[in-house]
Design a protein around this ligand. Sequence first.
Ligand code: SAH
Length: 211
Amino acid sequence: MVLEQIARPRDGRTAVHDARVLDAMRAVPRHLFVPEEARNEAYDDHPIPIGHGQTISQPYIVAVMTEQLALPPRARTLEIGTGSGYQTAVLARLAAEVFSIERVPRLAEEADRRLGEQGFRNVRIRVGDGFEGWSEHAPYDGILLTAAPPEIPPRLVDQLRPGGRLVAPVGADHGVQPITLVTKRADGAVEETRVMGARFVPMVPGVDREG
Ligand code: SAH
């Protein structure tokens, strides 16, 4: 999967070169993050439904977004939208600490159990609203959103360390949400660049009390 879809994609997509990211993608067993009936397609390059109307992100997009974060050594990271925990696991192989917020309680519980069973000890997951971030552990070197907000949530930018990077699909349009890189300069000024188009589930405010 990693070689064909990510490091040397044949269809003209931009390749991911960062060796640490490719190693992390090789190391995380994606089949353990998809529902049992979907295990045979776990390494195909597309999103897969994980229940509650949500999907596990496409591996190529996980790799692209993780590369854009360009995490420094010993990084502290925040993820919004734990979902299956797959992207969380990739981050956990690269960062010292990963904090992850999920609005659907059942998904948060399942991801927590899964990551625990796989021996990840540097991840903390909580049920909450990602628009608020997790200020107790801020500032973060990297913040990654795996659901698309209509615009970059200002509270998350506040929780980014100067020199840090935030990567998010942005846009209320359900067709395409361009993946956007936000960099916070040492003087606190913020710059935005577009990385590529992608499709994500929308980021929904508040916690899902039913889930
Ligand atoms: N990274 C996940 C992708 C899951 S899809 C994976 O690889 O499996 C996006 C997730 O974002 C969903 O689980 C959805 O419930 C969650 N989400 C949506 N809005 C949110 C919000 N405001 N706060 C936290 N999580 C949110």
